[in-house]
Design a protein around this ligand. Structure first.
Ligand code: ZN
Length: 465
C-alpha cells in the first residue's frame, strides 16, 4: 500500500480540485503503459526468434550466400548499441517509397494523438494552440534528427566476414568529395575507412568527371593488398540513358570527357571493365557499348528501389547479354550501412600489390564466373498498394526476425533497463516526505503549474487542496 502511495501514482494523477484521490484510485493505480509496451516488444522479439531469418542473402539466381560461409560480423560497439544500430541500418536500407510510407504513418499517429488530447483538454486558448504548434515542430525536428544521426554520425558498422582466406569483398562503385555529388570532407581516406569498417578488401573510386579522389586513394594504399583496404581507380561516366562505371580507368586514358563516356576508347584489349549502374530503363541501354557487368544491387536509395523492384528483369538482362552481376555501394559519404558486397575468389590476393589485385579483379569479372552478390537481407517492396499501407509493420517485423541472438539479448537489456530507469525516476520524483505524511503530501506546492493529462497534456495552475 505504502509503496503505491510513494512511487507508483504517476504525476498525471494529481487531482486538480481540493479532493484527495479516492481510496479506490490509490489502491488500483492506472496500468503502466511503459510496462505494457515493454512486454509487447519482448513478445515480438521472442516471436522473431521463433521465425528467424538470416541477416544476409544472395541476390536472386546466384548460389546461396549462407551455404558458402559468408556471415555478418557485428563489432562489440555495434552490439552494445544494438537497438540504435539496427534501427539506423534498417532506415538506411529503405527505398524512397518506404521512407515516405513510414513518415506518413508517424505523422498521422502523432497528429491523431494530439487531436485526441485536444478534444479532451478543457482549455482551447491561443496559448494551447501555440503549444501544439511547438510540439509539432519538435516532432518534425526529432524525426529529421534521427535521419541526421543515421547519415552523418560515425558509428560502428556491420561487416561481411568471409571464412575462405582466398575470398574477398569488392565494391565496384563509390565516390569521394572530388565527385560533384560527394559529401564535402568525404575524402579518399574517409572512403577507405567506410569500406574497411564494412568488410571490403577493395573498392573502386568511381567519381564523376574527376580522377583526383581515386588518385589520392591509390597513393596511400598498403604495399600488400592483405594489409588493409585498397582503393582502386575508375570513373563513372554517362551515355544517353545509362551510367557506366569503368573499372581500371585512369586520367591518362581519356575515356571520359566531362562526364560523357568515349565508347571508342573503351577497348576490351585494355582490360577495362564496364559496369552498367542501376539502369532506370534496361531497354534504353545503347547497344554500341560492350558491357561486362551490371549492378545487381546499388546502395543509393533510388538504386535500392530499382535493383529490388526489377531483380528478375536484371537477372534476365544479365543472362541475355552475358553480364556478370556485381554490387555497388554508390556511397557518396552518407550513412554507415553497406547494402551489398561483390564476393570474388582470387587465390593469393593477400600477397598481391594493389595494381596486380586490380588486374586480377578485372580478369575475374571478365571471366564472369564465381562472382557472387551478397546482400543485407531486407523485406521485399510490397507487391500491392494495399500492402504499402502496412509498410511500418512489415519493415519492423522483418528487422526483428533478422536479429542475432546476441542482438536480441541486448534489445531486452535496453528495453527492461529503460523501464527500470523510468520507475526509479518516478520514485525520485515523488515528494521525499510522501511516505511519512500520507496521501495529502503527494500534491505539488500550491501555485505550481502541473500537467492535466500526462506530461504533454494541457497544463493548469494547481490549487491547494
Ligand atoms: Zn555513382
Amino acid at each position: 500500500m505504502e509503496v503505491w502511495l510513494t512511487t507508483a501514482v504517476p504525476l498525471r494523477e494529481f487531482p486538480m480540485g481540493p479532493e484527495p484521490l479516492a481510496r479506490a484510485e490509490i489502491l488500483h493505480p492506472p496500468r503502466r503503459r511503459s510496462t505494457v509496451l515493454a512486454l509487447a516488444l519482448s513478445a515480438a522479439l521472442a516471436a522473431g526468434a521463433l521465425l528467424a531469418l538470416p541477416p544476409i542473402a544472395a541476390v536472386a539466381g546466384l548460389p546461396s550466400a549462407i551455404s558458402l560461409g559468408e556471415s555478418l560480423r557485428l563489432p562489440g560497439a555495434y552490439l552494445a548499441t544494438a537497438p540504435i544500430s539496427d534501427l539506423l541500418d534498417t532506415l538506411t536500407l529503405l527505398t524512397p517509397g518506404q521512407h515516405g510510407a513510414i513518415f506518413a504513418w508517424a505523422l498521422a499517429a502523432f497528429l491523431a494523438w494530439r487531436a485526441l488530447r485536444w478534444r479532451r483538454g478543457p482549455a482551447r486558448s491561443w496559448r494551447a494552440l501555440a503549444r501544439e504548434t511547438v510540439l509539432l515542430a519538435l516532432f518534425l525536428v526529432a524525426y529529421a534528427g534521427f535521419y541526421v544521426l543515421g547519415l552523418l554520425v560515425p558509428r560502428p558498422m556491420a561487416a561481411l566476414a568471409l571464412r575462405d582466406a582466398d575470398a574477398l569483398a569488392v565494391d565496384v562503385h563509390s565516390h569521394t568529395a572530388a565527385s560533384h555529388d560527394g559529401r564535402r570532407g568525404y575524402d579518399a581516406e574517409a572512403n577507405r575507412r567506410w569500406h574497411a569498417a564494412a568488410g571490403f578488401a577493395a573498392a573502386y573510386v568511381t567519381d564523376h568527371v574527376d580522377f583526383s579522389g581515386a588518385e589520392a586513394g591509390m597513393a596511400r594504399n598498403p604495399a600488400r593488398a592483405g594489409d588493409g583496404t585498397v582503393l582502386l581507380p575508375g570513373i563513372e561516366s554517362a551515355l544517353p540513358g545509362a551510367h557506366v562505371m569503368v573499372l581500371g580507368a585512369r586520367r591518362a586514358m581519356g575515356v571520359d570527357h566531362d562526364g560523357a563516356l568515349d565508347v571508342a576508347r573503351i577497348d576490351s584489349a585494355r582490360g577495362l571493365i564496364t559496369v552498367l549502374a542501376f539502369p532506370a530503363r534496361l531497354g534504353s541501354v545503347p547497344p554500341r557499348l560492350a558491357l561486362d557487368a551490371v549492378e545487381g544491387s546499388d546502395g543509393a536509395p533510388r538504386g535500392l528501389r530499382f535493383t529490388r523492384k526489377h531483380v528478375v528483369q536484371i537477372r534476365d538482362f544479365a543472362a541475355a547479354h552475358h553480364l556478370v552481376r556485381v554490387a555497388g555501394s554508390n556511397n557518396h559519404g552518407w550513412g554507415r550501412t553497406a547494402a551489398a558486397w561483390t564476393v570474388l575468389r582470387i587465390p593469393g590476393w593477400r600477397a598481391m600489390t594493389p595494381d596486380s589485385l586490380d588486374a586480377a579483379i578485372r580478369t575475374t569479372l571478365r571471366r564472369g564466373v564465381g562472382a557472387r552478390v551478397v546482400l543485407r537481407a531486407v523485406v521485399a517492396p510490397p507487391a500491392s498498394n494495399a500492402l504499402w499501407i502496412a509498410t511500418p509493420v512489415l519493415v519492423a517485423w522483418d528487422m526483428l526476425r533478422r536479429l542475432s541472438t546476441s542482438e536480441r539479448l541486448v534489445w531486452l537489456v535496453w528495453i527492461w533497463g529503460l523501464v527500470g530507469l523510468r520507475a526509479l525516476w518516478r520514485r525520485r520524483a515523488a515528494s521525499p516526505n510522501a511516505s511519512a505524511a500520507g496521501p495529502a503530501s503527494r500534491f505539488p506546492p500550491p501555485g505550481r503549474t502541473v500537467p492535466l493529462r500526462g506530461r504533454w497534456g494541457p497544463r493548469r495552475r494547481y490549487a491547494a487542496p
